[in-house]
Design a binder for this molecule. Sequence first.
Ligand code: FAD
Length: 491
Amino acid sequence: MTSNTGTVHPRSAHEIEQWDHEADVVVAGFGVAGASAAVAAAQEGADVLVLERTGGWGGAAAMAGGFIYLGGGTPLQKACGFEDSVESMKAFMTAALGPGVDAEKIDAYCQGSVDHYGWLVECGVPFKASFWGEPGWEPPGDDGLQYTGGENAAPFAATIPPAPRGHVPQMADKQSGGERGGGYMLMKPLTDTAAGLGVRSVYDTRARTLVTDETGRVVGVLATQYGKEIAIRARRGVVLATGSFAYNDQMVEAYAPRLVGRPAASIEEHDGRAIQMAQALGADLAHMDATEVAFFCDPQLFIRGILVNGRGQRFINEDTYPGRVGQATLIENQNQAFLVIDEAAYEEALTTPTATPFLRHQPAWVCETVEELEAEMGLPAGTLQSTVEVYNRHAANGEDPVLGKKPEWVKPIGSPVAAIDLRGFTGGFTLGGLRTSVDSEVLHVSGAPIPGLFGAGRCTAGVSAGGYASGASLGDGSFFGRRAGRSAAKG
Ligand SMILES: Cc1cc2nc3c(=O)[nH]c(=O)nc-3n(C[C@H](O)[C@H](O)[C@H](O)COP(=O)(O)OP(=O)(O)OC[C@H]3O[C@@H](n4cnc5c(N)ncnc54)[C@H](O)[C@@H]3O)c2cc1C
């Protein structure tokens, strides 16, 4: 069979002359959602086949820093001396990951978080009971727990009891993003577990089209393998787990245009195909405009100064989760940010430990006074001066009543004073996708599940509807991946 490889239109099962492979559950994509689905389906006794487009398992997940957003009192949180509750976790996720979070999903995710941690540990994912409490994108060593959503900063800390929920698998020979980074240390045990349960996988195999029977039920997948079309029959269900649409320029332009030209923390295989395959069957979508946004500056640096926009005004408390800084910069401030920092604070930052020394940028301007700096930066006269004047007036009392930065990080800005040019220093990936039920059924625009079709990971809309916390993707990908595998195994 060689025809029609490009089309996304579903194919009728009666047109398939011969099935090249068969399984109870067919999973498209061997990243975090696919691996979790495969393990869970096999644990339910299903015969599972995974189709993976590249030459090996892993996806973006294996390259990831490895945060998994978990809480509600996990053994790791307890071992590190933190209390947490399902209620606090739910309140935080609802406030920080919205607007418009799927309350049922958040509820299931928080209720099931401690159990999910246990499942990961049973699969062999290693966690080290040590907490990293300094500012940073991730720990510079192999610590297992960190704040990754701004839980302990304004505006959340005042009303929701904070707890760190970024659980990172223990890295071996820590090299951030390297072979044995946190994401690798998550994916290796998961895929080993899958193999141990008899899950089969075929690589260099790209799912392209869904196959349906006369009742509209999804009963298989057409894929390309070395340029040839192959047909794979799914006796019970198909799980879509092929990642985001961050690398589909047309879709990004249509749904999340601020991200045009700046994909990050994703891989080129994230081309939105699973979304389109399911759309061709009438699948509904959710939160297609939501994006994770990384801010490419070392938090140890920017926490010690003030971030201002193109009008010389502060726009966010600098002690929050750097991803919130990224979103605020890209989405609310036209991607314009400058870090204003005095020499003493800059020098101090350079002595601190960090996982991202390459994000410690040099100042673009250094002046004796804020007035001179403002002029050199080309900001409207008086704007930066009034910002610094207000900041310093309150900082003298160790306060930041404007944006609520914690007292320990509030210090008057002195002289000499510098500015680092951070305009355009953002990138990210898409968070929207197929609308799924709490049991990971792909939903039709009518609201009913599409029979035989399941989905998880970044081709679906998960727990993040707008805001983001590091770990939410490996978190909901693995959590709802498991549910997709279980649901598909039931048929
Ligand atoms: C450097 C980096 C750091 C990150 N850090 C974190 C972090 O700390 N915490 C966090 O939560 N997230 C992090 N992320 C994001 C996270 O890795 C992804 O969002 C997550 O892996 C998405 O899970 P997924 O299963 O949907 O996709 P993936 O894990 O990418 O898996 C999708 C798989 O599907 C395959 N595929 C694609 N198309 C097809 C097709 N048509 N047919 C068959 N297979 C296909 C891909 O090759 C891939 O193997 C990071 C990402 C990167 C790159």
